[in-house]
Write a protein that binds this ligand. Structure first.
Ligand code: CDP
Length: 225
């Protein structure tokens, strides 16, 4: 008999396929899918849109503490999972642009930002029946998660996937630029003082270099039920 109130944590570096896996797994289990990266991206995007200095920790932390992020059912069928709304504006695709990619790891390293966003993530996660995706879910946000998956792939493969995603959305993309950006983000995410990207001790490692999404999904489903 399948127990149906689990907490499933998926962590891993940029572009390892966490979002696709998380979304598909949540669909299969009829769980909530929660992509925590969205929150760090929204704070970064709003800071840039308001012309704030992302190196001003006090200012950015205050922004993270007061920002209201609405996640709503998709209003447009353009491949989006949800509408991400801030101050009435649809920022769903804006938060995926290269200027946000280039700065989000600076914002995500601030302890006050992590505290503010982490509190909200934990509150949702502890209700159970959730697949939560990020960098520190199994280690810090939900250390008692029932299933912890650490999904990895080589930087080249991850950059290739990100390149294809951008092209599929009709955006211009440069593979070398994406690879450099991913490597820079991995470096910052893995070396920050607070909640660095690393596998939880009890996480199950999956490498998606030689597995397609269906194969990763099968493995993850077997772990989750
Ligand atoms: O989709 P991708 O893997 O490129 O990134 P994301 O999951 O949207 O996360 C964007 C950035 O937010 C990461 O590079 C981290 O700096 C930060 N992040 C984090 O610090 N902790 C999380 N739980 C999720 C994201």
């Amino acid at each position: 008999m399948m127990r149906q109130d689990k907490i499933i944590a998926i962590d891993g570096p940029a572009g390892s396929g966490k979002s696709t896996l998380g979304r598909r797994l949540a669909e299969r289990l009829a769980y909530l899918y929660f992509d925590t990266g969205v929150m760090y991206r929204v704070v970064t995007f709003v800071a840039l849109a308001r012309g704030l200095d992302v190196y001003d920790e006090t200012l950015i932390t205050a922004l993270a503490e007061q920002i209201r992020i609405d996640v709503q059912p998709p209003s447009v069928q353009d491949g989006r999972e949800n509408d991400i709304i801030v101050d009435g504006a649809d920022v769903t695709w804006d938060i995926r642009k290269p200027d946000v990619d280039a700065r989000v790891s600076i914002v995500a390293a601030y302890p006050g930002v992590r505290k503010a966003l982490g509190t909200q993530q934990r509150r949702v996660g502890l209700r159970g029946r959730v697949v939560m995706v990020g960098r520190d879910i199994g280690t810090v946000i939900l250390p008692d998660a029932d299933v912890k998956i650490y999904l990895d792939a080589s930087a080249e493969e991850r950059a290739r996937r990100r390149y294809q995603e951008r092209c599929a959305r009709g955006e211009t993309a440069d593979y070398d630029e994406i690879l450099l950006s991913i490597q820079a983000r991995d470096e910052l995410d893995s070396n920050r003082a607070v909640s660095p990207l690393r596998p939880a001790e009890d996480a199950i490692h999956l490498n998606s270099d030689d597995l397609d999404i269906e194969q990763v999904l099968e493995k993850a489903t077997a772990l989750a039920v």
